[in-house]
Design a protein around this ligand. Structure first.
Ligand code: HEM
Ligand code: SF4
Ligand code: SF4
Length: 686
């Protein structure tokens, strides 16, 4: 419903050909092009070091605002716009049921693209190294720490500048600029691999419009950094890019396990979607070699690349033969419409074209045409061919199936070979023919409208024969506001224009007269309104609403250290008897276990326990240090902090502890560390 409304609104401004909703995949790729080109410029000036990163981005933004600044804004806004078109692309394929059956491949290969696009944006935010970058880096590291891959906690690197190295920025730049983009290009190639003639470039007008919109936005609302990183001070609020960082605020209340659970859960659901519930399987197109002359038109027209032209296998004089791969065939029947042997004029042989649909064969179609037309009476009989997916045909069936009008259901409007129209008109089965299909990019099978239009306009084989009077044919997929959108209206208009009962042989060279679209005075204002709305949505959600990291009167404490617990038991001297049992090269006086005890921690403020945990040892043999990392928000003001740690088997008291009064300023960030040399705690107030 939402999509239908949006489509109608955009149709009014752009027209169905240029409606951005029909080019969402291509627009996403186009926005990535803008991101790539602007990114190259930024990279030329970017310094991959802790001290240089922020400075170099600031230089680009302010000193070189006219070019570097605009490039930076374009880079950000085009990345955000790509998320909008990507989300709409996904929803659209889902809503229009274009993800099931043999289309599962494009759907399933689309999901890993999400897992590349989001990290691509997120790593971009790290590189700026402003306060937002610090928040993103810290939260991302907290999320990644959930995987037991690294022995140390990654998040601890972002609590003090000393822990950060320039190599980290080189690594991030590599991931953001080379690693992920390469995977993305490969992923997109795979994603459209099974689609015949995928639309990877939007129409030029849309390219120009989108670039203009992004440039206007970049000049009017330049992308800015959010202050230099100061790890001793937590920003109260941040302008979050909600397109890329939507799940980050969840980390305030959710554990990393829940966040990953959500992300993996949604991905699994998406992976399973094409089979939930399973689609009724339709029969694939079948080739009849006796009638196939190897002309390859079917292979050219198949929207899903399901037909391959192979060496002739039956010894006939033709060079090639059509071979259908049933695992790719979507049963759209467009190949039947393109096959020159699918002609209803055959009198003596059965109508058996080179390629046909077992569920609705060309012969059955001819029978149906003959049957329904026989029932028609009156001077202005009209046959309407409507595709199954065209709801207007259904409406028409109930409303207009009078004595003078009959409807014939076909799989897709492009199933009908033009020779069938010739057949209907020249055999006097009706005075007029209406082809009712889905408008613009809404054809379930992608090219229904396009192929039909071109064949009827005699621009693509098989062409409508010249002897057919073009005035007797009407196509019913005009733009909705043209006044002729409804098939019933098209039928009525065709009937009014027909010289009843007189099948004219002349006028053969005329072009098919599509019902004239009404002048749309709103076109330009609506297009401008659509672009303005798009700019506002892109710009707004890229920093707004601001995310409240901590309240005005709050501060933050992070516990961050590693410490090894005692071994699970004391070393023990081996007896002579035990030593004798061991091979000579393995004899040693002491038997010491490798495994260590967990480290137990308690942290409190003014007597209230804020954190209590038992941290297990790391390492494959449980012989490594235990990592302690925990971030807490606490009220500002004077507080008596206490931290205690047990690394032994003791039941009461602590092996190490520190109690200290700290006067927290609002937003202050205190890190609690353990000095392994002094064997004591420190409240690090930078
Ligand atoms: C970087 C992100 C993506 C890009 C650049 C992209 C691009 C494209 C392009 C160019 C097409 C061909 C469109 C056509 O010729 O009609 C396409 C088709 C398709 N995409 Fe995507 N896509 C992306 C992500 C996704 C995602 C995340 C999904 C869903 C999970 C998805 C689902 C599909 C499906 C089902 C089709 C096939 C449509 C058909 O057979 O008619 N795509 N995509
Ligand atoms: S029915 Fe459609 S998808 Fe199948 S082979 Fe024919 S044109 Fe291709
Ligand atoms: S269009 Fe018909 S005749 Fe031509 S290759 Fe395909 S099946 Fe054979």
């Amino acid at each position: 419903m939402f999509f239908e409304l949006l489509r109608r609104f955009l149709d009014r401004g752009f027209g169905s050909e240029l409606n951005p909703l029909n080019h969402l995949g291509a627009l996403t790729i186009y926005f990535f092009w803008i991101v790539t080109i602007s990114g190259i410029w930024l990279f030329l000036f970017f310094k991959t070091s802790v001290s240089g990163a922020y400075e170099s981005v600031e230089y680009l933004t302010h000193e070189q605002w006219y070019l570097g600044g605009v490039m930076r804004s374009l880079h950000r806004y085009a990345s955000d716009a790509a998320i909008i078109t990507l989300a709409l692309h996904m929803i659209r394929e889902f809503v229009y049921d274009r993800y099931r059956g043999n289309r599962w491949f494009s759907w399933v290969t689309g999901i890993p693209l999400l897992w590349m696009v989001f990290p691509l944006g997120i790593t971009g935010y790290w590189l700026v190294w402003d306060q937002l970058a610090w928040y993103v880096a810290l939260t991302s590291a907290e999320l990644l720490d959930w995987f037991p891959v690294f022995s140390d906690s990654m998040a601890r690197n972002f609590l003090s500048l000393d822990a950060l190295s320039n190599r980290f920025f080189t690594l991030m730049a590599f991931v953001h600029l080379i690693g992920l983009p390469l995977f993305l290009v490969f992923g997109i190639w795979l994603h459209v691999l099974r689609i015949n003639g995928p639309r990877i470039n939007p129409p030029r007008v849309l390219m120009a419009g989108s670039l203009a919109a992004m440039t206007v936005l970049s000049f009017s609302w330049p992308a800015l950094s959010q202050g230099e990183v100061d790890m001793a001070q937590v920003p109260q609020s941040l302008g979050l890019d909600w397109y890329y960082l939507l799940v980050y605020p969840l980390m305030k209340t959710w554990s990393p396990a829940w966040v990953w659970g959500l992300l993996f859960g949604v991905s699994l659901l998406l992976f399973a979607a094409p089979w939930l519930p399973p689609q009724r399987s339709k029969s694939a197109a079948a080739v009849d070699l006796d009638n196939c002359n190897g002309c390859s038109r079917c292979a050219d027209d198949c929207p899903f690349g399901a037909i391959t032209m192979m060496e002739r296998s039956d010894g006939k004089a033709y060079e090639k033969e059509a071979v259908v791969d049933p695992s790719l065939c979507m049963s759209c029947a467009m190949c039947v419409g393109s096959c020159p042997t699918a002609t209803p004029f055959r009198r003596h042989s059965a109508l058996s074209p080179g390629i046909d649909m077992p569920d609705l064969s060309a012969a059955t179609l001819r029978e149906t045409i003959l049957k329904v037309s026989r029932k028609l009476t009156g001077n202005c009989r009209i046959l309407v061919f409507g595709c199954e997916g065209h709801d207007k045909t259904a409406k028409l069936k109930s409303g207009l199936n009078d004595n003078e009008t009959a409807t014939v259901d076909i799989i897709c409007v492009a199933q009908l070979p033009p020779s069938f129209i010739d057949f209907v008109l020249s055999r006097d089965l009706a005075e007029g023919v209406v082809l009712a299909g889905c408008a613009g990019g809404e054809c379930l099978y992608r090219f229904g409208e396009q192929w039909t239009g071109l064949r009827i306009e005699r621009q693509r084989d098989p062409r409508l024969r010249k002897r057919v009077d073009a005035d007797r044919i009407a196509l019913a997929w005009q733009e909705p506001w043209s006044g002729l959108s409804d098939t019933t209206t098209v039928v009525a208009a065709l009937r009014n224009s027909l010289p009843a009962g007189d099948i004219a042989e002349q006028g053969a060279d005329e072009k098919i007269s599509l019902p004239p679209a009404r002048e749309n005075a709103w076109k330009l204002p609506l297009t401008i309104a659509a672009y303005t709305l798009f700019m506002v949505i892109v710009g707004w959600l890229s920093v707004w609403p601001r995310y409240q990291l901590i309240e005005q009167n709050q501060a933050m404490v992070s516990l961050s250290f590693s410490h090894a617990g005692h071994h699970i038991r004391e070393c023990r001297k081996l007896t002579q008897e035990e030593l004798n049992k061991l091979p000579p090269n393995m004899r040693k006086a002491d038997d010491c276990p490798r495994e260590r005890l967990p480290v137990r921690i308690a942290f409190s403020s003014d007597g209230n326990t804020l954190y209590e945990a038992s941290r297990p040892p790391t390492g494959l043999w449980n012989d490594g240090e235990s990592n302690v990392y925990h971030r807490m928000v606490i009220p500002a003001g004077k507080q008596k902090l206490f931290i205690g740690m047990i690394d032994s088997r003791r039941e009461e008291g602590f092996d190490y502890s520190l109690e200290q009064e700290v006067d927290f300023l609002p937003g202050q960030h205190v890190v609690v560390e353990f000095d392994s040399i002094q064997q004591s705690f420190i409240f690090k107030v930078e």
